[in-house]
Design a protein around this ligand. Structure first.
Ligand SMILES: Nc1ncnc2c1ncn2[C@@H]1O[C@H](COP(=O)(O)OP(=O)(O)OP(=O)(O)O)[C@@H](O)[C@H]1O
Length: 224
């Protein structure tokens, strides 16, 4: 059974009937590293946001391990299939508070599997942020630093699926490959239960990270 199924999903902006995309239908199996590609404005970010219920769909169903995701199961789903948005944002003021909040959420949904403070620090170190001050304001970090803190936040619950919207867009090439290697290994270490869906439009990156590529423009509609 697939980890995630998107079935017949369509979306239009709240104030319009003009569909941006329709008939979106795909499965993601455990062990897969799927890239969502497509031209700018084709709807890659919006589709990810639809999958995790942050954009209201016009139609369609999202299934997690075969079960439809509804309002009741949404929080649990988001903790098993964790979304990392394109523009990093703070959930609390300081770096330390952001990480503590992630641990708190992860404890609720992932129990013993969740990373503790040491686990988060190991990860920060692997991402080149070993010395970052816990009292620094998240909003004062560079975007590249924020992206890496967001990745640590997302990995704290050790989710089965990562839904990643251009998570390396603000980083230098060396750091980009470090993060790619880390996330590839994350899936490949538990291919029977983990996968990612990663929005990217850089051909060299797509080549390095993907086992399958989905082009969103196959679902994009002519806009009136
Ligand atoms: N809430 C919204 N209301 C109105 N229009 C929206 C909304 N969200 C997205 N759009 C529009 O939908 C289109 C697709 O946006 P989206 O960010 O999903 O594209 P993308 O493929 O991720 O682009 P990029 O590669 O540039 O990040 C854009 O024209 C955008 O302006």
């Amino acid at each position: 059974m697939p980890l995630l199924s998107a079935q017949n999903i369509a979306w239009s902006p709240p104030d319009s009937d003009a569909l941006l995309f329709a008939d979106v239908d795909f499965d993601v199996d455990a062990g897969e590293r799927v890239v969502l590609e497509g031209p700018s404005g084709s709807g890659k970010s919006t589709l990810l946001r639809c999958l995790v219920g942050l954009e209201p769909r016009r139609s369609g169903t999202v299934r997690w391990r075969g079960e439809p995701v509804d309002a009741e199961s949404m929080r649990r789903f988001r903790n098993r299939a964790t979304y990392v948005q394109q523009r990093p944002s703070a959930i609390s003021e300081t770096v330390g508070e952001n990480l503590a909040f992630a641990r708190e959420m992860a404890r609720q949904f992932a129990g013993d599997r969740a990373l503790d403070e040491d686990g988060q620090h190991d990860l920060l170190e692997r991402l080149g942020l070993g010395h970052i001050g816990m009292s620094r304001r998240f909003d004062d970090l560079s975007v590249g630093e924020q992206q890496r803190v967001c990745l640590v936040r997302a990995l704290t619950g050790q989710p089965d699926m990562l839904l990643l919207d251009e998570p390396t867009s603000a980083l230098d090439p060396e750091r980009v490959e470090q993060i790619e290697d880390l996330l590839i290994a994350y899936v490949d270490d538990a291919p029977d239960r983990r996968a990612f869906v990663w929005v990217s439009h850089q051909p060299d990156q797509i080549e390095r990270i993907s086992t399958r590529v989905l082009d969103v423009s196959q679902w994009t509609q002519e806009r009136r």
